[in-house]
Write a protein that binds this ligand. Structure first.
Ligand SMILES: Cc1cc2nc3c(=O)[nH]c(=O)nc-3n(C[C@H](O)[C@H](O)[C@H](O)COP(=O)(O)O)c2cc1C
Ligand code: SF4
Length: 571
């Protein structure tokens, strides 16, 4: 493919890509797609893919074999979608290598293996298989960011363009001024998806107002928090969507310099985003004088070494500059002094990925989704003993109860709901009686929980509140960068007290000390890590205080996981 030199060349390419796409789906050959992402690779998807290659090499059927990304239903990996000449695409879950011959042979004989099917990609049922959209996991979702997840090949810019990709960027480039782009993002009331929920349009406007140059736009794809895996899935499944959002951001800021900082552990996300950048350069959608518009943009990819703190905005910028990734005091804010002390707009991966739809459909359309103060959709990851583990995209405001028991399918047989940890490691849990709270930025905060970046963990009776709180605080202790004293010394102190309680040496006054020490850590720490590190512990203490008291006064752990007995015996 040669470089696209102007808008007309882009539009002609779109037409060609669309007809190629339609031919693929309407031809008389089979189309077999296999979801290849980190989640599915762990469950044998590469082996499934290789086995399918062997089956096709035997020549019994004429088929196009494709690789697609994760579609969010990690619980059903490896998934394989089969489109036969006379059928809609049928999505099958749990297709391990052993099942490949049985599935393909069955389909050739007309046996649809309906019991393995998640659904058909159509609005009508087909030969007894219901539409995919009626699957309980998908029924309550509203997929904008995940619209093409599991359908397009993440390593194909052609696929992305065929489904409308880069249309929003081209619209912004030729039909909107940078100011109008910012106005549209402001009208959408899109709030940052990295945790704090700051309005993206306001940040972009502040970045524009700062006169110094050059300016930088940075995607935060670090995602080092436990229990959260939405950004890496987005990059694995649709990297061009994030890149398009970044390009629109650079255009709005009138800067040619974009970065994406990707957590070093997310190897596939890193590779696929790098590939997307290379392809965009090959097509002339990155580089100098893009499509003859006069706007130039260059994107660089940087990666971290695994320290959670490098996801914090100012630490991330030091890491990009090759310095030690540690937070700094603010002000100045990054929009005034960020990378190389120049104005820098930093947003989360999901925030950028939301921008193309806003430009395409308008800020008012986006603001009509979700709630008044938390507009749009949100990616959610759920862990714990629930039926449907994976990544879901819901409209903001869906009640938590519906999220857990409908979208994620409720508790697996044999497990009883005890609570749900919210906000990754940055907030407290909710109990059963609090689950009617809407999932949005402000409602969860009012209960001491947090939407954060959308990572939740459901836990059952086999989890001890003291032990779980210890795990969450120990993560912050381990990841503390050590720059400021309250966090460096305060988080180990909390872990020490919790260990004392877990081992049966707890004292009644320990619960007071936890409150007192936590207050100091929260109020005096320099950055967000320390400022929220005690929150899960305070939340557990508030919701499950009786368990803490039992450990101290009765030396009893009702979940039976704390090492109380052994320690008491030693004493
Ligand atoms: C310890 C720590 C880790 C963080 N890690 C991330 C991260 O991995 N990804 C992210 O987008 N934001 C992370 N943040 C929040 C960022 O500092 C920043 O607020 C965010 O990237 C801004 O983007 P947004 O406005 O689109 O949410 C972290 C903050 C702290 C304090
Ligand atoms: S609060 Fe913790 S992580 Fe943040 S600067 Fe201080 S020591 Fe480092």
């Amino acid at each position: 493919m040669g470089v696209l030199t102007d808008r007309r060349a882009f539009e002609s390419y779109v037409t060609a890509a669309r007809s190629r796409w339609e031919r693929l789906w309407s031809g008389d050959q089979w189309v077999i797609s296999v979801g290849i992402s980190e989640c599915s690779i762990a469950k044998g998807a590469l082996e499934t893919y290789r086995h399918l290659e062997l089956v096709l090499a035997a020549g019994h059927i004429r088929a196009v074999l494709r690789r697609v990304g994760c579609a969010g239903w990690c619980f059903a990996e490896p998934f394989v979608e089969v489109k036969m000449p006379d059928s809609p695409p049928i999505v099958y879950g749990w297709v391990t290598t052993e099942r490949v011959p049985e599935l393909i042979d069955g389909l050739r004989r007309g046996d649809l293996h309906a019991d393995w099917a998640l659904g058909v990609r159509s609005v009508e049922p087909w030969r007894g298989i219901p539409p995919l959209g009626e699957h309980p996991f998908l029924r309550h979702q509203h997929r904008i960011l995940l619209e093409h997840a599991g359908v397009i090949d993440p390593e194909s810019i052609e696929d992305y363009i065929a489904v409308g990709g880069y249309g929003a960027f081209v619209k912004a480039l030729f039909e909107m001024t940078p100011e109008e782009v910012v106005e549209e993002v402001k009208a959408s009331n899109l709030r940052g998806r990295g945790g704090a929920g700051f309005p993206a349009g306001i940040k972009w406007e502040s970045g524009r107002r700062t006169p110094a140059r050059p300016k930088y736009v940075v995607v935060n794809s670090h995602e080092g928090e436990p229990n959260v895996f939405k950004d890496r899935r987005l990059l694995e499944t649709n990297p061009h969507l994030v890149l398009e959002g970044l390009l629109i951001g650079c255009y709005a800021l009138e800067t040619p310099y974009g970065y994406n900082f990707i957590g070093g552990e997310h190897a596939l996300a890193l590779r696929r985003f790098q590939r997307a950048v290379e392809q965009a350069y090959e097509f002339g959608l990155l580089g100098d004088n893009i499509l003859g518009s006069g706007f130039s943009c260059h994107v660089r990819v940087r990666t971290g070494g695994g320290a959670y703190i490098c996801g914090e905005g100012s630490a991330l910028m030091y890491a990009i500059m090759g310095q030690r990734g540690q937070p700094r005091t603010k002000p100045p804010r990054s929009v005034e002094e960020g990378l190389w002390r120049r104005p820098t707009v930093l947003n989360n991966t999901e925030t950028f990925a939301s921008v193309p739809a806003i430009i395409r459909n308008g800020g008012a359309w986006y603001a009509s989704l979700g709630t008044k103060e938390s507009t749009g959709t949100k990616l959610i990851t759920m862990q714990g003993p629930v039926r449907y583990l994976g990544v879901a995209e819901i409209e903001m405001g869906l009640p938590m109860r519906q999220l857990i028991f409908d979208v994620f399918g409720g508790m697996r047989p044999g497990y009883r709901f005890k609570g749900i940890q919210t906000g990754g490691v940055s907030a407290g849990p909710l109990r059963e009686e609090e689950l009617d709270v809407p999932v949005d930025f402000d409602s969860l905060t009012s209960l001491g929980g947090m939407l954060g970046s959308g990572g939740f963990v459901v836990f059952d009776d086999s989890v001890c509140a003291v032990d779980f709180a210890r795990y969450l605080v120990a993560f912050s202790r381990y990841e503390s960068c050590g720059k400021c004293t309250p966090c460096r010394l305060g988080t180990p102190a909390l872990v020490e007290i919790l260990d004392r309680i877990r081992y049966g040496f707890g004292r009644p006054e320990d619960l007071e000390i936890i409150q007192y020490a936590s207050k100091h850590i929260i109020e005096l720490s320099l950055c967000g890590l320390g400022q929220v590190a005690p929150m899960p512990l305070l939340g557990m203490l508030e919701r499950f205080r009786d368990e803490f008291v039992e450990h101290i006064t009765e030396r009893r752990c009702r979940a039976g996981v704390c090492p109380l007995e052994s320690a008491v015996a030693v004493r």
